[in-house]
Design a binder for this molecule. Structure first.
Ligand SMILES: [Zn+2]
Length: 63
């Protein structure tokens, strides 16, 4: 016989969808947040293409 216990979630993580500025690779799926790069003309880490400025909805964890 199984007894079901209520599982309490101790860590409740809250996410918020935010539009953040990114660099996007026009050749592949590569992209990076501008916040985390200092380069003014970054290249894609996957295919070395010049990345273009864009905006993307990103899940940001709220603490
Ligand atoms: Zn790329």
């Amino acid at each position: 016989m199984f007894i079901k216990r209520k599982q309490e979630q101790k860590e409740e993580k809250v996410y918020e969808l935010r539009a953040v500025e990114i660099w996007q690779c026009p050749q592949c799926i590569g992209w990076m947040q501008k916040e985390f790069t200092t380069s003014q003309n970054p290249t894609c880490p996957f295919c070395s293409s010049n990345m273009v400025s864009s905006v993307r909805d990103v899940n940001v964890m709220l603490e």
